[in-house]
Design a protein around this ligand. Structure first.
Ligand code: NAD
Ligand code: DAU
Length: 349
């Protein structure tokens, strides 16, 4: 029997990780701690919320007293920390929120785990989920390795870089049993439609313009979210103490090419002549500090733990579009209310 705390489990990636752990490890008690910000949605977990090994705790990782009390009460064996403010554009308009949640929230969890596990660290694990954005931007060639120096450019990536440093510092200074991973762009069901793919699916569906930043030439590496969840499972159980693992899809796309591919799939599925929605493409002012290219060298994870992505992009992309089209209620619920204000402020429509 193990008690695992997953933070941010009501969000996009978190909900896939919670589902995997609840179903795959019936002998574990899985605690999902989430503040339920605009990005947290318990509808993402309706299929697991009645299972006896799943527990939901509503709370804020920035609240140190609350976090300390929770650790004292539950005495967790492991932590998978995914709660974060995760959207680069929001970090540009409101950086402080990112410093509170991503930096202070992470350090609160580290302090609570350190106190709770002091003198009995054996068999415990604090797993911090991070991003490839901490490494900065690449030119046309090369890829990020675990040894690539950090060079974050956005308030989001700076806050994630800072939290990564604290995790390593707590390992080296206090002997906290930590592990860390840095992943590229995830796509799949349940992603909040502020991120490129679900935003553009929703806009194409409603015949709304598609705001492409700059010239659309920025490159991202895309990984299906369930492949990331499987990597997290593997690293949590088998990753080396104090280690870092890069996770990526080996699947780079220029934004504009990805958008054209999405338009082709959407037009086909919506019964429109293929190419109709190309007219929705609108080039807008570039994102400030927009990183040109990310690419991941995931060879360490492959050679040490045998992980490979299993879902081909063609298959994952179709599945993703199908999910958003089939889950109209989910999409309508998350795009009503405050989403409309965000959209107007962000895109001026
Ligand atoms: P998300 O925005 O979809 O979900 C974040 C979750 O954290 C939400 O459920 C939210 O309610 C919760 N949360 C936010 N602030 C909180 C607080 N103060 N206390 C408790 N809960 C809080 O994010 P995501 O895209 O699923 O990303 C999850 C993690 O993975 C993040 O740490 C992110 O940096 C990292 N990551 C994301 C990607 C990606 O492509 N989405 C890639 C690599 C790494
Ligand atoms: O690389 C991992 C990161 O991927 C994660 O750490 C972040 O949490 C996640 O949000 C994602 O960051 P990006 O900034 O790469 O994702 P986003 O979906 O916001 O944007 C993808 C690309 O599309 C990026 O080059 C910006 C561009 N874009 C995005 C939006 C929202 C547009 O051109 N127009 C848009 O409206």
């Amino acid at each position: 029997m193990k008690k695992i705390l997953i933070t941010g489990g009501a969000g996009f990636i978190g909900s896939h990780v919670v589902r995997l752990f609840v179903n795959q490890y019936p002998e574990y008690q899985v605690y999902n701690l989430d503040k339920l910000t605009y990005a947290g949605n318990l509808e993402n977990l309706v299929d697991v919320d009645s299972k006896s090994n799943y527990h939901f705790v509503k709370g804020d990782i920035v609240d140190a007293d609350f976090i300390n009390q929770l650790f004292e009460k539950e005495n967790f064996d492991g932590v998978i920390h995914m709660a974060a403010e995760s959207h680069v554009d929001r970090s540009i308009t409101n950086p402080m929120e990112f410093i509170f949640t991503n930096v202070v929230g992470t350090v609160n969890l580290l302090n609570a785990a350190r106190k709770c596990w002091k003198g009995r660290e054996e068999g415990k694990r604090f797993y911090h989920i991070s991003t490839d954005e901490v490494y900065g931007a690449l030119g046309d060639t090369g890829s990020f390795k675990e040894t690539t120096p950090y060079s974050p450019h956005s308030p989001y990536s700076a806050s994630k870089a800072s939290s990564d440093h604290f995790v390593r510092a707590y390992h080296d200074t206090y002997g906290l049993p930590t592990v860390l991973s840095n992943c590229s762009n995830n796509y799949g069901p349940n992603q909040f439609p502020e991120k490129l793919i679900p935003l553009f699916i929703n806009n194409i569906k409603h015949n709304k313009s598609l705001p492409v930043y700059g010239k659309g030439i920025n490159v991202r590496d895309w990984l299906y979210v369930e492949d990331h969840a499987h990597a997290i499972d593997l690293i949590f159980h088998q990753g080396k103490d104090g280690s870092t693992y890069n996770i990526g899809g080996n699947n780079e796309w220029r934004n504009i090419d990805l958008i054209k591919k999405l338009i082709e799939i959407m037009d086909r599925k919506l019964g429109r002549p293929v190419g109709t929605s190309l007219a929705l493409i609108t080039y807008v002012t570039d994102r400030a500090g927009h990183d040109l290219r990310y690419a991941i060298d995931a060879s360490k994870l492959r050679s040490e733990l045998g992980w490979e992505p299993t879902i081909r992009f063609d298959e994952g992309f179709e599945k993703t579009v199908d999910w958003y089209l089939a889950n109209e209620k989910w999409l309508d619920n998350v795009t009503s209310g405050s989403y409309q204000d965000y959209y107007r402020k962000m895109y001026g429509e």
